[in-house]
Structures are given as C-alpha cells and as structure tokens.
Design a protein around this ligand. Structure first.
Ligand code: GLP
Length: 241
C-alpha cells in the first residue's frame, strides 16, 4: 500500500489526477472506475484542464461509474450520472460509447446488477478504480456489514450516508433510500485502487480502515487485502504516517 500525503487542496487534486494521467500514458485504452462525492471534485477539474491543454487524451479510455442512487431519473441533478456528466464527461474527450453507467431506474433490479457485472467482465476488468470513503467506512454504497463476497448489488443507504449526501439533493427527504453499487468483490477485482480522503473529519475512519482489523463492519478495511492500492490524503485526513 502506497500512501501519499499532500499539503493543500491543489496538491491533493493534482496528485490524484496524475495517477490517472500516468495510467493513460502507459495504457491509452485504460478502464477506469469513477467515484462521486465531494472528495474527487477537484481531481476531475484538473483532468478537464489537462485534457483541454492536450496533456492527457481520454479518446480511448473506458469508464464505469462506481455507484448510483435508485429511483430517480438518470438526469436528476442529484444522480451520480449528472455529477459525472457535469464535472467530468463534459470536460474531457471520452467517447460516449465508452462511458458505462449503472441505471438508476432499471425495470428489473437483479437483471441490472447482472448486466453491469457482465459488462465489467466482458471489457476485461477495471484497471484503476477511484474510491472515496464514507464517514462510516463505506466504499461506493457498500455500507457496514456488506459481505466481502458481493458483486454489483442493490443496497439500503444508511441514515448517515443519506445525511452526508443532502448536498446533492437539497433535503434529506429527497435523498433516495436505495442505491446500486459495485460490490466489494468487484472492487477487489480491480487491478489497482486509488482511495482519496481529505479533511479532518475523515482522519479517524481512514486510520481505522487501513490500520485496524479487517472486518465487514468497516467495508474500507478490505483495502488492506488488495495488493495494489494507492491512498491519497491531505494533511488533515492523515493519521497514518
Ligand atoms: C458517497 C458515494 C461514494 C463516495 C463517498 C464519499 O456516498 N456513494 O462513492 O466515495 O460517499 O463521499 P465524499 O467524498 O462526499 O465524502
């Protein structure tokens, strides 16, 4: 596990963006998994600027989004799709056909899970998955006590997760109660993982996840079992080194 600690938002965003740029330089058709949330916003902005300046080329890159809310339209302003559309897809030269998303309104939930699992497999797996961490240690929408054996699945969002995501919906009542997410097994199947965390409020959970006991009660602790993980923190989130 490689741990990088940066001082200040700009350096943090840049370090995260550079992991992606370096991968694409080595493998122009890399498959990248995309998280949402506050944490990676700056990284997406840097990637957009770098693409505009021809410093990185996404024309052969393939992306899969990590998780999505259920029961809202895909173009609802709070959806993960809208987030990525506005903060990433619109800023880079990804090809539309290379962008894969979980459906927020599938007719058949189970079939949607199978479809996404199949797609990930058919494409040959994910080279780099970007992850944030919830205050309760969730990864994607894998809440505490999710089995490490899960693949793409539908999940109930905890009260804490819904509260943390009010910012994208306006009020708690509007935050969906269910999500669909890559499972821990999908996450662990990715060739490389990059976990991003910033701010003092994440310091304790990051430490417990990465230095504590590996347990399904704290989904992010599973990262200790992966052999290629880079952790990018700012000074405030770091109690590790
Ligand atoms: C959300 C998302 C995750 C995200 C995490 C952290 O609920 N489902 O994909 O990584 O929580 O979010 P933030 O960066 O806003 O703290």
């Amino acid at each position: 596990m490689k741990i990088i600690v940066k001082d200040g938002q700009q350096d943090f965003d840049h370090a995260a963006a550079m992991e992606i740029v370096q991968l694409i330089n080595k493998k122009p058709n890399a498959v990248i998994g995309l998280a949402t949330g506050h944490t990676p916003k700056g990284m997406y902005k840097v990637l957009g600027e770098m693409c505009k300046n021809n410093e990185v080329d996404f024309s052969n890159v393939i992306t899969f989004n990590l998780d999505e809310y259920l029961g809202i339209k895909s173009d609802h302003p709070g959806s993960c799709k809208s987030y990525l559309q506005e903060r990433f897809y619109d800023l880079v030269n990804l090809k539309q056909q290379n962008i894969y998303h979980l459906n927020s309104q599938p007719e058949d939930y189970e079939e949607e899970c199978h479809r996404y699992n199949r797609l990930i497999q058919q494409i040959g797996g994910i080279d780099l998955l970007i992850l944030g961490i919830g205050h309760n240690g969730h990864l994607g929408f894998n809440e505490p006590n999710t089995s490490f054996k899960t693949e793409v699945h539908v999940c109930q969002l905890t009260d804490r997760t819904r509260t943390a995501n009010i910012w994208s919906f306006g009020c708690k009542e509007d935050v969906p109660t269910e999500g669909i997410t890559m499972g821990i097994k999908n996450i662990m199947g990715c060739k490389k993982l990059m976990l991003l965390a910033n701010g003092e409020a994440k310091a304790d959970i990051v430490k417990r996840a990465l230095k504590g006991v590996v347990t399904e009660e704290l989904p992010a602790s599973v990262l200790q079992l992966h052999n290629d993980v880079v952790i990018i923190l700012d000074k405030e989130a770091n109690e590790l080194v």
